[in-house]
Design a protein around this ligand. Structure first.
Ligand SMILES: *Cc1c(COP(=O)(O)O)cnc(C)c1O
Length: 329
């Protein structure tokens, strides 16, 4: 399978907001979007997006994972960017119709269809830095994706960065392009300087998340992660793993922890990133103040594997969907 995010289905779903209302959504062939050079998004970054997956099972049906939660998060992101907020029914309906339309293009598990709703401000006004975009376009890209760990997984190496924040509290929990722009410089510098895969942002020693994934510590009987606040993205994978961990008898500790506590936990706890693309990605090594600290023996741990398998069994239709997370298309 090609690299994640580089292959697209033949159609998108698209709807425009103008004259104070959403127009009729349509499924259209994937093609460049004609845009006015003065469009608000180009100048003032009025945009937000979502990312989630649909799976096709042997029964020939497609199942979208936690659709309502992703729609709700997209609506919160739109609100935070002062963009027109799509109605729940409008957005959920567009996703379902697109998935149904492209069902033949969904590869079987462990592959999936990655869905990327994107909302951009299209108001043609370069003098609107301090006003909202009252026109917008919402489109949904669909992308067949393979197993993230196809060809084997190598545990990740993270720079523990207590110098930079990933973004600001104002938009920390918004899925918006500006947050990735803000994190990009520190990430590229860390890759070049330390050969790491990602940066774990820990401003003032507070362990938060990486550029695009949440961070969890997993012990033999406890899962530890930061409680929700405005500084970081409230991952649906994080939430799913915490619920499954509780089901499996782990103690779920949503609490703040510092870099010192993280380093003290490294010999005994597994560390992992969580997000839709990779599900859980094991962390094998931390770099802090120029020193490398192994997480346990540096290899993927059994508890991470157990929780990932439990979540993927639901994705793939191999375990009952006891939390009603799947929407059948
Ligand atoms: C999307 C994202 C995540 C993961 O969210 P999921 O809902 O689990 O895919 C975590 N952190 C950031 C910054 C993200 O953009």
């Amino acid at each position: 399978m090609e690299q994640f995010g580089t292959v697209f289905c033949s159609n998108i779903s698209i709807v425009r907001f103008k004259d104070g209302q959403w127009q009729e959504p349509a499924i259209e062939p994937l093609a460049p979007l004609p845009m006015h050079p003065a469009a608000h998004v180009f100048h003032y970054a009025s945009s937000c997006f979502e990312g989630f997956k649909a799976y096709r099972w042997e029964d020939g049906r497609a199942y979208i994972f936690r659709l309502q939660d992703h729609v709700a998060r997209m609506r919160r992101s739109a609100e935070s960017m002062r963009l027109p907020v799509p109605d729940t029914e409008l957005l959920a309906g567009m996703v379902k119709r697109l998935v149904a339309n492209q069902i033949a293009e969904i590869p079987l598990p462990p592959s999936a269809l990655y869905l990327r709703p994107t909302l951009i401000g299209t108001l043609e006004n370069i003098g609107a830095a301090a006003s909202p975009s009252t026109e917008a376009t919402l489109f949904i890209l669909a992308s067949p994706v393979g197993d993230y760990f196809e060809g084997g997984s190598r545990p990740l190496k993270l720079l523990v960065d207590d110098q930079h924040a990933r973004t600001t509290a104002q938009i920390g929990s918004t899925k918006t392009g500006g947050n990735y722009a803000s994190a990009l410089g520190p990430i590229l510098d860390a890759k070049a300087k330390y050969g790491v895969d990602q940066v774990l942002f820990c401003p003032d020693g507070d362990v938060q998340e990486t550029g695009a994934a949440n961070f969890l510590l997993i012990g033999d009987d406890e899962v530890v992660t930061k409680p929700l606040n405005e500084m970081f993205l409230h991952g649906v994978t994080r939430d799913s793993i915490l619920k499954l961990a509780a089901d499996l008898g782990y103690k779920v500790s949503e609490r703040d922890f510092t870099v010192d506590e993280l380093l003290a936990a490294a010999p005994t706890y597994e560390a992992t990133l969580s997000g839709t693309a990779a599900c859980l990605a094991p962390v094998g090594c931390l770099v802090y103040e120029g020193k490398e600290i192994l997480v346990r023996d540096g290899q993927p741990g059994p508890n991470t594997e157990k929780l990932r398998s439990a979540l993927q069994a639901i994705h793939f239709g191999q375990a009952p969907d006891t939390h009603n997370w799947l929407t059948q298309v």
